[in-house]
Ligand binder design. Sequence first.
Ligand SMILES: Nc1nc2c(ncn2[C@@H]2O[C@H](COP(=O)(O)OP(=O)(O)O)[C@@H](O)[C@H]2O)c(=O)[nH]1
Ligand SMILES: [Mg+2]
Length: 338
Amino acid sequence: MAFWRSKKTSETDEPNEASANAPSVSGSADEQQGSGLLSKIAGGLQKTRRVLGTDIRDLFKSEGRLVDDDFLGELFARLIRTDMGTGPANKIREEVAKQYRGRVVHLEEVIQTITQEIRSQLSQDHGELAKNDSPPTVVLVVGVNGSGKTTSIGKLSHYLHANGHSLVLGAGDTFRAAAVEQLTIWAGRIGCEIVTGKSGADPASVAYQTVDKAIEVGADYAIIDTAGRLQTQSNLMQELQKIRKVIDKRLPGAPHEVLLVLDATAGQNAISQAKGFSEAAGCTGIVLAKLDGSAKGGVVLPIREQFQLPVKFVGLGEGMEDMAAFDPDSFADALLKG
Ligand SMILES: Nc1nc2c(ncn2[C@@H]2O[C@H](COP(=O)(O)OP(=O)(O)O)[C@@H](O)[C@H]2O)c(=O)[nH]1
Ligand SMILES: [Mg+2]
């Protein structure tokens, strides 16, 4: 399974999750994390790559090309088609200009410079899922309706469970019966516990009970789903704050992670969603879902540019294993792979 990040970014030398706890996964951790991860991400980014890689290659019909204002303008126009926004595209254009202006360059040189610049724009600390010193680690998952919260919880839980961790899921989206059912199906597939309330039950009480259950059974993780829409945005934000408060009451310091799920197909709209949530819900990391369905994978650049939040995971499909830990280097490489 190509899931976990290829490089550990924390300061400690502890073995990472995959190598420490992967009895049920075949192949070495390196195998899983190296070329497998790259090709998986490349597969998920196919649509974006078709736009970006192909467009940039199109700039080089002849043998090399003079880097002048025309070339730089065309490059810029192609970059922003991936929804990376003008800020990041400008930085890339400037870097290419700085290195090559007035010279005839070849495709590979430019691709290398762009990849390097994207890598540096995406670099981040604390890209791993939080882990509380003593279990359970409580993870709250927030985001607008349809962004991919429940599916992402399913995929993340599958991964954690397959790596020997015990978990309790909390069906905190009590406003839609279908949402509870959907998470219950995931729990059944994975074979983990789930706490559900009746339809319309108080989501905060479901969250409380989920943490309570996780403590009672000694689970490693409690992962709590939430609603994406209430009557008004401020109702939703109040609800999330209340959920946080009761979780902290049951387990001081929790939640240890608040993952904001963004829909990559929303492109730049995902950014305005992120603004609302990250301010009110105290988010600690981003899951960028549906990258496979989007040609707007470049949106990860302005997300990194505008938020102090690391991107922790990317969603690459609807299946159990279609998620990858976000690794800036693999992502940048995959984006421009021919
Ligand atoms: N292609 C693709 N579809 C996804 C992904 N994540 C979620 N979905 C689909 O998006 C829709 C909404 O997802 P859901 O998890 O119910 O969103 P929620 O309302 O935020 O919980 C569902 O049809 C999912 O199957 C992904 O990474 N790739
Ligand atoms: Mg849901």
